[in-house]
Design a protein around this ligand. Structure first.
Ligand code: ADP
Ligand code: MG
Length: 415
């Protein structure tokens, strides 16, 4: 009998025998910041100019940066700040820099606690009122008498979830400080974000604005080429693969993060296959794998009722009914609920679950008019059977229900 260790021995030996693809894997991770950022010279210089006054002891203007995801905002800002910090030490200017990702920190309390933490304050994880944390932060900042630059990245998620009260406080804080000064760099992935802000907050936050436009295919190619030098051994990435990778990511709103992920997954596929080169087909396979993983992830995070709606759509298609209307889905859904002893939601709630699934790309729902009988949705499933079966292989209820034959479908004529 082959023991587990023999199998592992073979896996490891095969890997070691295989071609060398990656020189440095970490350099393809999303948080890696390269020293050279092609096609962002203009933004780097502008942000540098806006923040430079702190080197002479003056507060820099507040700055508002926006652009779609993967356009290099975080990388550029971190790059500029790192340099600024080094320069400030060289000229003995006392500045403090705090970078907070609002999506990760999540709440007003956490954000203030993180800012305080960067001033060396010790703020408990919970337990104080947010206003108390703010006031301690203000006091400490003034005592230290520093020029502080606060970067609030993914600020759009904060404002959408918790409003703009903390921004309002922070944009006014200088009026209350005697010895310190604070400037804010706000970064948003949502380009319509400004509409969520109180006009007073907006006008102080956007004393200066810098826009990051999506990258075009040739720009993405330069970015990838530069990164390739660090990550892959020479001649691993073929010209064809590079071109298709840039083109695919350019089509996807010029997203450099997407391009780098494609490249990493393609490299892993080539490595696992034991091929010494990354070719076009690896990029295409990588694209499919990423999409598959994304959908799988969505399916696995659906709530029980959404799963039942999806399961209903699956059974409807299995019964060879190609387009279903909301009423059909609801009928199957209630039968499935009965089968496992769930209290069904109302048809209105189910209709809104269908809309959510549509937005996620799991279903395609189209509103149609039924003349004087009002309107309904025509719904199709947007996934393959195997995707659904795989995603729910460890949900025993759904797994069984996918094999169920609903009575209500027996009488339906084919549409
Ligand atoms: P954003 O914050 O706009 O969503 P990021 O700054 O996180 O985008 O960039 C996404 C990824 O693409 C990161 O891994 C980053 O290093 C890389 N990247 C973006 N722009 C460039 C560039 N001009 N040169 C090199 N890498 C870049
Ligand atoms: Mg970012």
């Amino acid at each position: 009998m082959v023991s587990d260790n023999d199998l592992l021995e073979e896996v490891f030996n095969n890997f070691l025998k295989g071609p060398k693809i990656f020189k440095n894997r970490a350099a393809l991770r999303p948080d890696y910041i390269p020293q050279y950022l092609p096609h962002r010279e203009e933004q780097i210089v502008r942000i540098g100019r806006i923040l430079a006054p702190v080197l002479r002891g003056f507060r820099g203007s507040n700055l508002f940066i926006y652009g779609k995801t993967g356009t290099g905002k975080t990388a550029v800002v971190k790059h500029v700040l790192e340099y600024l910090l080094r320069k400030s030490r060289e000229v003995n200017s006392s500045i403090a820099i705090s970078y907070v990702n609002c999506r990760i920190s999540g709440t007003n309390y956490r954000i203030l606690a993180d800012l305080g933490g960067d001033l060396g304050m010790n703020i408990p994880f919970t337990g104080l009122a947010t206003s108390e944390v703010y006031s301690r932060f203000k006091t400490s900042l003034d005592l230290q008498g520093v020029l502080m630059i606060v970067v609030l990245d993914e600020i759009d998620t904060l404002v959408k979830n918790h409003g703009d009260s903390i921004l309002y406080e922070l944009t006014r804080i200088n009026e209350l400080l005697k010895h310190a000064r604070l400037s804010i760099v706000g970064i948003s992935n949502d380009i319509m974000f400004k509409e969520f802000l109180d006009p007073r907050v907006l006008s102080s936050l956007s004393e200066e604005e810098v826009v990051f436009r999506p990258y075009m295919a040739p720009e993405l190619k330069d970015i990838l080429l530069e990164r390739t030098k660090i990550t892959f051994y020479d001649d691993v990435l073929t010209e064809g693969a590079l071109n298709i990778c840039s083109a695919l990511a350019a089509a996807e709103h010029g997203d450099a993060r997407r391009a780098l992920t494609l490249l990493r997954v393609a490299g892993e596929l080539a490595e696992r296959e034991g091929t010494p080169k990354i070719i076009e087909d690896h990029i295409r396979q990588a694209q499919k794998k990423i999409e598959h993983d994304r959908v799988n992830m969505i399916l696995r995070t659906l709530t029980p009722h959404s799963r039942l709606v999806l399961c209903g759509m699956y059974l409807i298609r299995k019964a060879k009914i190609t387009t279903a209307i909301t009423g059909d889905v609801y009928e199957v859904y209630t039968e499935l609920c009965g089968e496992i002893g769930f209290e069904p939601l109302t048809q209105r709630r189910v209709s809104s679950l269908i809309s959510e699934l549509d937005i996620m790309g799991v279903l395609n729902a189209r509103l149609v008019s039924l003349g004087r009988y009002g309107r309904t949705k025509k719904i199709r499933l947007g996934l393959t059977n195997s995707t659904i079966i795989e995603a729910y292989s460890d949900d025993p209820w759904i797994k069984n229900l996918l094999k169920f034959k609903p009575k209500c479908l027996l009488s339906k004529v084919k549409r």
